[in-house]
Design a protein around this ligand. Structure first.
Ligand code: NAP
Length: 373
């Protein structure tokens, strides 16, 4: 039997079924016809060394055993090392026969210069890397880069996608994100930004047609959270319309990432987006447009793992640590599918995945946090 090359509805349903008696029902959520765990493993942080590579390899394998089937990385995370650690861990999981490719959702990103294995040691080394990797082979031009580090031309993305597939040892990634596309707005007009976005989406739709990605999206930091009048603001509605112009209703711009945590709740609280001329929150617009939302930085890069105010404990009962409470907040956010948390430490994997047996907080428990008394 030939192996499926991507996550599928059947495969992810089978993964969910493995945990039927072990996790709360709502730990898995169905979106884009896939069953996704409410906690996903991210891989942004950590040293660029062999010890951290090995820690991520082990963390990925343990997380898969404990009910996490969403794994997020990016070409530039730890200078391609995070993708390669994922690649090794996933290859081992699949080769052992314990898990199938169709059960696991793998997401990665392109846009930033990834470098290779370690950061450049000087400006000269950086320029040499760009020259050798991108300029001489004719992949892009120096002025395709914004702020000297971010590019989203079709040829650059095509190169980066191939590199990610190699690193991950996969034939298809489930979601390919444009990484922080709002970076472009530091140097180009909104009109030019949407022109570039459209060209990127044209390429990404061809990558879908070629079977190299299932969906694409935008993984952002400020873009979707800042006020509508700020320069870096991204309109989810306009971005979705751009995908619609490229591929019509069945476009594959289906998954987005933004920070959502106790200290950065804008996606839920701020009406800085719009939908059909009404002001809306980001999560409302995403729900209307059938776009899956994944939270990044669920622990605010570990700063929410201790010292939370007493009210958080009161709202999210039955949990033992502040990290668990912070994660419970994010995974309980209405309209959000997966809370990504960076985990290279196996103790953190166990602590964080242990909340899978708890149902997400109810709307009334969640909203208590936002009530004045
Ligand atoms: N713009 C973007 O696209 C963007 C931006 C940021 C993040 N992301 C994605 O979202 C993921 C999550 O965000 P993040 O990694 O930046 O931040 P995060 O998830 O808020 O925090 C990760 C940090 O928290 C630590 N940690 C995890 N569980 C813990 C626990 N139970 N107790 C104490 N510390 C704990 C981790 O340590 P160990 O590693 O030692 O386990 C790591 O240092 C990223 O990894 C990345 O995949 C995307």
């Amino acid at each position: 039997m030939t192996q499926t090359l991507r996550a599928t509805d059947k495969g992810t349903a089978a993964y969910k079924e493995r945990f039927r008696t072990k996790v709360a029902d709502a730990h898995f959520r169905q979106s884009q016809h896939l069953w996704l765990s409410s906690i996903g493993l991210g891989s942004y942080l950590g040293e660029a060394d062999a010890e951290t590579d090995e820690a991520y390899r082990q963390a990925v394998k343990l997380a898969a055993e404990l009910g996490c089937n969403v794994f997020d990385t990016a070409a530039n995370y730890r200078f391609q090392r995070s993708e390669r650690s994922f690649g090794q861990a996933l290859a081992e999981l699949f080769a052992s026969g314990a898990y199938e490719r169709s059960e696991i959702v793998v997401t990665t990103k392109g846009g930033y210069l990834p470098f290779d294995t370690h950061p450049p040691r000087s400006r000269q080394e950086m320029a040499q890397y760009v020259e050798d990797t991108f300029i001489k082979p004719g992949i892009c031009d120096w002025n395709d880069f914004v702020q000297g580090s971010h590019c989203m031309t079709p040829r650059y993305l095509a190169h980066q996608l191939e590199q990610s597939l190699r690193n991950l040892r996969l034939e298809c990634v489930d979601v390919y994100y444009l990484h922080n596309p709002e970076s472009q707005l530091a140097e180009v007009s909104s009109e030019e930004f949407y022109r570039r976005l459209r060209a990127a989406f044209e390429f990404l739709e061809t990558a879908v047609a070629d079977g190299k990605i299932s969906f694409y999206g935008t993984a952002t930091w400020n873009g979707y959270r800042v006020p509508a009048n700020s320069r870096e603001h991204l309109s989810l509605e306009q971005i979705e319309q751009t995908a619609r112009q490229v591929a019509g209703d069945p476009h594959h711009f289906r998954v987005v990432q933004l920070p959502m945590n106790l200290a950065m709740p804008e996606a839920f609280t701020h009406a800085n987006q719009s939908y059909q001329e009404k002001k809306t929150t980001f999560l409302e617009t995403a729900t209307e447009l059938d776009i899956t939302v994944m939270a990044s930085a669920s622990l605010l890069q570990s700063r929410l793992a201790s010292g939370l105010p007493a009210i958080v404990k009161e709202c999210f009962t039955g949990l033992e640590t502040d990290a668990q409470r912070a994660l419970q907040f994010t995974r309980s956010t209405p309209g959000l599918t997966t809370a990504l948390v960076g985990m290279s430490n196996k103790t953190h994997v166990e602590e964080n995945l242990s909340i899978a047996k708890h149902a997400p907080a109810s709307a009334s428990e969640y909203l208590k946090l936002f009530s004045p008394n």
